[in-house]
Design a protein around this ligand. Sequence first.
Ligand SMILES: [Zn+2]
Length: 313
Amino acid sequence: MVEHPQDNNSKNIVDYCELFSKIKVNKSKKRGEAPYKPILLLSVIDLISQDLIKTNKIYISDELINTFNRYWNILSPDSFNGGLALPFFHLKNDGFWKLKFSQEYDGGRPQTIPKLKEDVDYAIIDQELFELLQYNQSKEQLTDTLIAAWFLSSKKKLEDILNINQNLEINSSIEEKNKRIYFKKSIIRNAFFRKAIVHLYDYRCSVCRLKVIHSLTQSIVDGAHIKPLAKFYDNQVNNGISLCKNHHWAFDQGLFSLDENYRIIVAKCFIEESTNAKTIQDFQKELILLPKLEQHYPKLEAIQWHQKNVFRG
Ligand SMILES: [Zn+2]
């Protein structure tokens, strides 16, 4: 028997972002909101990214259980982990997750993993959602929504976010080839890096100070890597800088860089016209916006690398 949600009209990414940010979570007076379902969803997204979930049948596998526990320890370290059974079961009430019950299902609420495995063969998500999770851009947006809605609320202290980013750091002993694969697929880790960076810079571009936020996840500012992730796998906050879309592009193109005193240096080799806003050239020698604490400043080694290898000056 497969339960069908009532509203089966086709949904798009905006609908799913909305559903993800309104998941009904377990609340208790003593412990506050427990992010079981968001952590379960992040775990499912992670396994899809790693090709460990390839079809739209989400089994109660050891990989899923271990991933869930690992994320729990990092994202909710101070609270008791009651396990994956109940969120896996109750997510069926949130509009996109259905359960394929087993023949033996007795109508109860499985509280433990063995009982859940007995009662449920697997879960299925809406086909539209499953397809959105196959594409990097939509997968990123859905992940960012979950993280913004459930793990980076205004109540969350910056130190906690930085801690999470740090704890998601890869074990440096992983060999080079696997590192590359891991990084390419580590969508959750990258989402926390981006969030940590824009948070440190108060959601402003460090060059032009522009700040535009339009929803939980849509900001004009990106958390950019100074040394590219694909090459250095470095998600430490001091390999990051907060840049608006225009300045992010120009930085990656090498149209400007920074000197060792965090002043902007502009290349001479490009044509630029702007009638309304300041041009990139106008920022020559200006100091960038920096995080409050010096320990979060971009590291000089990364800046020097950018100057030498990307900057076209
Ligand atoms: Zn800017």
